[in-house]
Design a protein around this ligand. Structure first.
Ligand code: GAL
Length: 669
């Protein structure tokens, strides 16, 4: 497999196919990209019409010219397959390529990210154009990565997808009786007598059997992954040496842990809402950092690529606030600090018309280097060159938070608790509290992940848990590590059937030394309280009523009929310990507990000022420590002694980070 060049990549989506009748602009693009220290582009993402204007008639000359010219100028290409949007001729000839919506109606031609991924005609047309691309460009030295399609998402309810869903269910359950049991269909008399009776969750159809909806989402992920595998195989047949990626984004509709399997490199598109009036900047930063860490987790031990980000602003948020001066640099360095080997944008040149004409770009309609954004991109490019030695270095975290997509779906489908289950927000708050209180990186992982690198495992609202996963948690604790779980642990198994025999289910009662009898949901605005080590903390939303069965209670409820019952418990199990948090507490409580837990688990704790993030990448001989200040005020922070790669100056034992400032300290190991 071709290795990535030994630099950090800097570039973005580039659509020369929109400008083929403007050779002057195409020439200027190269000049400006070089000036902006850009060394890669993603090309061809939505270029199907330009590459195959009529069925079977291919026009590659323009792409040949672009790839060659860019390469001669030191700019690599991530070459896309154009399958994310279909030309009009294709939909006219093969209407079955158009997706069917959840109400059963077939889309008309238009938009993007809306193909029926089961359609044999669509698959065949994609296979044909991918074959052409792979044969023509697979050995071009400028082509360093295949960028498959774009941001897979969504589902199709066409008859073919329904048929495939039934086949997938047959493989999964083997018999209709087993399916009926798993979905508990005897409830409301919904028992099936044949797989042919099963329909997906149409908007006017079966929406009360949660197991069905969960399996439909799993099937959609399987179908998308199978489709992705088809594109991967087609490219690899003719270009086996070029690695492949597909760009993930912040969607909940697919389980990326599965889509990660056929690809070589994880990449993703990050569009945080910076400068929100109702959120602090450090919190937005933490939420973004969680997403980077989640991407890192999809291929443990590898770096990832930031495939898209907005150099200035987007055009699709309700209010498209522009990044303040300096924010672009800080947000980009954050991605690198979290393990990305690239900073790429949507888009290099701003489109003249259509949906994205006012989306931020490196090159504005003005077409020069005279904009603030261009200058900031150029400066960032220079910074990335100073950080080139980081390429290939890794984050080695000792702590992980389980944040599985299927658990998210299960909680979303659960008709219990209260509406404010807010799983993602819960993850965000735990991630923020942990990283601020400890200064340690936190991996974000899915079910089935290898737990051996970790000494601390965090399980916020891990509502669905199979017997196998529960067993892995048991073994993790038993051999001497620390596990910390919150309310809602292991209520149901992987089919959403309630665990019998008391909670937490899956045989975890003895690991945590507790029995969870019931859960009280509070109305918005209602609170309970707890005192922990002399300090009072607020509780909202959820209060479980626990019984101790071996664990010690570290603090308890102050009010209501469960006053005196434990809020936080700790149990010794095997050589390790298992902590349980029965209620949704404020962030200050989480920070307190995480600083203790991390220290107990032997992590290198450094309490940070509220606005500062710290991340550590290492390679065989160096450690690179980033400190990033998400604030408009300067701040002083303790740092290791070494050289700041960004300023070139010696650094330590403390450093002043200016507003939006960043340092990256290199130390020999
Ligand atoms: C991404 C997409 C790009 C572009 C961008 C705008 O989700 O992949 O093609 O539309 O959003 O922010």
């Amino acid at each position: 497999m071709k290795k990535m060049p030994p630099v950090l990549l800097h570039g973005g989506d580039y659509n020369p196919d929109q400008w083929l009748d403007h050779p002057d602009i195409l020439a200027k693009d190269v000049e400006l990209m070089k000036e902006a220290n850009i060394n890669c582009v993603s090309m061809g993402i939505f270029a199907w019409s330009a590459l195959e204007p009529e069925e079977g008639h291919y026009t590659f000359d323009w792409l040949d010219e672009r790839i060659n010219t860019l390469y001669k100028n030191g700019i690599y290409t991530f070459l896309a397959t154009p399958s994310a949007a279909r030309p009009a001729w294709l939909d006219e000839a093969y209407p079955e390529a158009m997706r069917v919506a959840a109400d059963g109606t077939r889309n008309r031609h238009g938009n993007r990210h809306n193909s029926c991924l089961s359609s044999p005609a669509y698959r065949e047309k994609v296979r044909q154009i991918d074959t052409q691309l792979a044969k023509r460009y697979g050995s071009h030295p400028g082509v360093i990565l295949w960028h498959i399609s774009n941001e897979f998402s969504g589902e199709c309810f066409c008859p073919l997808c329904v048929e495939r869903f039934r086949g997938w269910l047959k493989d999964r359950y083997g018999s209709i009786d087993k399916l009926n049991h798993a979905w508990w269909t005897s409830f409301w008399s919904h028992t099936y007598t044949s797989f042919d009776q099963i329909e997906p969750p149409y908007t006017n159809g079966e929406r009360s059997v949660e197991g069905l909806i969960l399996d439909w989402r799993r099937f959609t992920t399987w179908n998308t992954t199978e489709y992705l595998q088809m594109e991967v195989d087609t490219l690899k047949q003719y270009a086996p040496d070029v690695p492949v990626t597909t760009n993930f984004h912040a969607t909940d509709s697919l389980d990326y842990a599965k889509l990660a399997e056929p690809i070589d490199v994880i990449s993703w598109d990050s569009y945080p809402f910076w400068h929100k009036p109702d959120e602090t900047l450090p919190y937005t930063a933490a939420v973004t950092s969680l997403m980077h860490s989640r991407m890192r987790g999809y291929k443990a031990g590898q770096s990832f690529l930031l495939m898209e980000s907005a150099p200035a602003l987007v055009n699709w948020q309700p209010y498209n606030k522009i990044r303040r001066p300096g924010m672009h640099r800080l947000a980009s360095l954050q991605a690198v600090a979290c393990g990305s080997d690239s900073v790429c944008y949507f888009q290099i040149r701003k489109a003249r018309g259509s949906a994205e004409q006012f989306h931020g770009a490196v090159i504005d309609h003005l077409g020069t280097n005279e904009t603030r954004i261009f200058r900031e991109v150029k400066e960032l490019g220079a910074d990335l060159q100073k950080l080139s030695c980081l390429q290939g270095s890794r984050i080695h975290s000792k702590a992980a938070m389980l944040a599985d997509r299927q658990n998210s779906w299960a909680l979303d489908l659960c008709q219990g608790f209260s509406r404010n289950r807010n799983y993602q927000e819960t993850l965000d708050r735990h991630f923020d509290a942990f990283t601020t209180a400890t200064g340690c990186d936190l991996d974000v992982i899915s079910f089935g992940e290898d737990l051996s690198p970790y000494s601390l495992l965090i399980l916020p609202m891990c509502y669905t848990l199979s017997e196998e996963e529960a067993q892995r948690i048991r073994e993790f604790t038993e051999k001497g590590d620390t596990v910390f779980a919150t309310y809602a642990l292991a209520y149901v198994d992987e089919t959403l059937l309630a665990h019998l025999g008391g909670l937490p289910g899956g045989g975890l009662k003895d690991v945590f030394g507790i029995w969870n009898e019931e859960v009280d949901s509070l109305y918005p605005g209602e609170t309970n309280h707890t005192f922990y080590q002399g300090q009072e903390y607020t509780i909202r939303d959820f209060c479980e009523v626990l019984h101790l069965q071996g664990a010690e209670s570290l603090c308890s409820y102050e009010e209501d009929y469960y006053a005196g019952n434990p809020v936080l418990t700790k149990n010794s199990f095997g050589k390790g310990s298992a902590w349980y948090l029965a209620a949704r507490t404020d962030d200050a409580f989480l920070r307190k507990v995480y600083s203790e837990l991390a220290a107990a688990a032997g992590l290198p704790v450094q309490a940070l000022p509220d606005t500062v993030e710290k991340h550590v990448r290492t390679d065989d001989s160096h450690r690179y420590t980033f400190y990033l200040n998400f604030s408009t005020e300067s701040v002083t922070v303790d740092v290791p002694e070494g050289t700041d790669l960004l300023s070139g100056n010696p650094c330590g034992p403390s450093a002043v980070l200016p507003a939006y400032g960043a340092i990256c300290i290199k130390e020999d190991l």
